[in-house]
Design a protein around this ligand. Sequence first.
Ligand code: NAP
Ligand code: ZN
Ligand code: ZN
Length: 346
Amino acid sequence: MTTVAAYAAPSAKAPLERTTIERRAVREFDVLIDIEFAGICHSDIHQAREGWGEAIFPMVPGHEIAGVVSEVGPGVTRFAVGDRVGVGCLVDSCRECDNCKAGLEQYCTGGSVGTYNAVGKDGEPTYGGYAQKIVVDENYVVRIPDGLSLDVAAPLLCAGITTYSPLKHWNAGPGKKVAILGMGGLGHMGVKIAHALGAEVTVLSQSLRKKDDGLKLGAAHYYATSDENTFKELKGSFDLILSTVSAPLNLDAYLSLLKTDGAFVNVGAPEEPVALNLFSVIGGRKTLAGSGIGGIQETQEMLDFCAEHGLGAEIELISADQINEAYERVLASDVRYRFVIDTSTI
Ligand code: NAP
Ligand code: ZN
Ligand code: ZN
């Protein structure tokens, strides 16, 4: 066991504070990673505040982890000391179900293990990336290509893959009109990736405050959803809408923006259920779908794609003592566009 400095929420109502945790000794197939950067995902906040239900405390959030391998177990074949690596939302899965075999570990039916707020196969709670080190089985570790610096790569481990996976699955590409709903951590990566895939990208944001940025990141159009004219003007426009919104939203209004056979794909994970009038999907044979992160192999594919296209996240680098303040700014949609913790400050 190694004692490691970390930032943890002691309970759902309390701010995060510095603490120490124990990391397991490196086992046969494990790698020990010296974490350099950890992104702050809105999911960290939902969980640290028990917005999605009962959680495990103390909680060390963080599933956008970038660092360097500092030790490997004797059975490790894919990584060596000094390799630049990342860890996302999963640190284990059953490895036997159809989904695991198909590289869809995120939909494991035999029991996957989250990077934090979960219990590992050894019965111990998992602790995430707001820490100086982590020990992970090599099968749940990905390589960060040389072309990406670790700080801007960290958010790709969740925000990148969560947008890349559905954009690929629903064929965002040349000739397709894709709307990205919400320009936060996920949304801004959605804009970059959809643009790099060749789609015509529109941002639908609550206001026009971030319009210049959206256009710079690759959007061709940018509309405010607070303006009722937006819904009149864009009726029937999109092949695909990817919603990254963290709060309940008016699904019927957004479904009206799809073309016939268009798809509204939701990755945002609001804490409250949303209402739906089923006539919104009957007319126009529309699809309402969801998507969760991505598999391990697809995460590697996404990192390679991002390196090839020069796509990192737009980040605000913070020290660990700014985490609580950063949480408040994320909740206020005041993030441009991902907070990343310099874990050397923990
Ligand atoms: P974020 O940085 O806070 O971005 C969310 C964006 O949603 C905000 O920037 C804002 O965009 C918009 N928004 C927020 N509140 C809104 C409201 N009341 N009405 C309309 N729009 C609103 O969060 P994130 O880290 O990108 O995560 C987004 C959501 O995805 C979270 O719920 C998170 O838990 C979830 N998530 C899901 C997965 C998955 O696998 N499915 C993975 C990661 C995260 P504008 O300012 O542009 O309007
Ligand atoms: Zn996340
Ligand atoms: Zn499985």
